[in-house]
Design a protein around this ligand. Structure first.
Ligand SMILES: C[S@@+](CC[C@H](N)C(=O)[O-])C[C@H]1O[C@@H](n2cnc3c(N)ncnc32)[C@H](O)[C@@H]1O
Length: 246
């Protein structure tokens, strides 16, 4: 992986103004149901890889005991501010080894930052190594190759006089490879009313359904693809489950 985007470094303190925890209630309910449905036996403990600002976790923690991990200490600090009761650990999802097993492993959009099959497979191996037999891993990429379409969106939030507005532009310089780009333009308004503009580029991975299912099987997980509808988005996306066999 190349350098982390600025959004997870110097701009991390703005993360909850870009995307607020309250906006995640409906989608977290979808992931909760997938985890419970996918696992054999009860799901109580969940390891999240790339948990970022802890937005999903702020809802999932009502139902599960969440252990939150991310490569960015700045993002973990943001998550701690809304999830103080959860354990937070710094770690790269490709190499993290806690020496513990969980009922489930959850990887939301952080999986987008795996830009090669090698890296994607390494995360699946991390998931396998942290699952009890019968436990389930859930991966939720923003796109798979079959469903990729260029997309423009905008949003943002205020907190007192501080505020952020962004334009996000997802596009693919080369549809024949396994990466695409996300360009962000952000307007940041400070407490004192001054506004500045920042740009951030994210290199992301995009893999076919067949590649996803094949890599999951390669690490020993029983793979399944599920079509999901999140929020009021018209376009469905696809999530992947992998159960660790007994
Ligand atoms: C969009 S944020 C995740 C937000 C999260 N879905 C939530 O609910 O708040 C993506 C995260 O992936 C993390 N990330 C990127 N590469 C990583 C890696 N190799 N290992 C662990 N985390 C990584 C970034 O630091 C960032 O916090």
């Amino acid at each position: 992986m190349t350098r982390l985007p600025r959004l997870y470094g110097d701009l991390a303190p703005w993360f909850h103004l870009l995307t607020a925890p309250e906006e995640y209630e409906d989608e977290a309910a979808v992931y909760e149901a997938l985890l419970e449905d996918g696992a054999e036996g009860e799901v109580r403990t969940v390891l999240e890889l790339g948990s970022g600002g802890g937005n999903n976790a702020s809802h999932l923690k009502r139902r599960f005991q969440m252990t939150l991990t991310d490569v960015s200490p700045e993002m973990l600090a943001m998550s701690r501010s809304i999830n103080p009761e959860c354990e937070h650990l710094v770690g790269d999802m490709r190499t993290l080894r806690l020496g513990l097993v969980f009922d489930a492993v959850f990887v939301h959009d952080a999986i987008d930052y795996m830009t090669s099959r090698n890296d994607l497979g390494a995360v699946m191996r991390t998931a396998f190594d942290h699952l009890r037999p019968g436990g389930v891993a859930l991966f939720v990429p923003d796109f798979i190759r079959e469903r990729f379409a260029p997309r423009t969106s905008h949003g943002g939030n205020d907190k007192g006089r501080q505020g952020l507005r962004y334009l996000e532009w997802d596009w693919d310089p080369d549809p024949n490879d396994e990466t695409y780009r996300v360009e962000f333009a952000m307007l940041l308004r400070e407490e004192n009313g001054t506004v500045r503009v920042e740009q951030d580029r994210h290199e992301c991975g995009v893999f076919s359904r067949e590649t996803w299912l094949g890599l999951l099987a390669d690490v020993g997980l029983r793979p399944e693809a599920r079509v999901i509808h999140v929020d009021d988005e018209e376009v469905a996306s696809e999530a992947f489950l992998g159960v660790r066999p007994d």
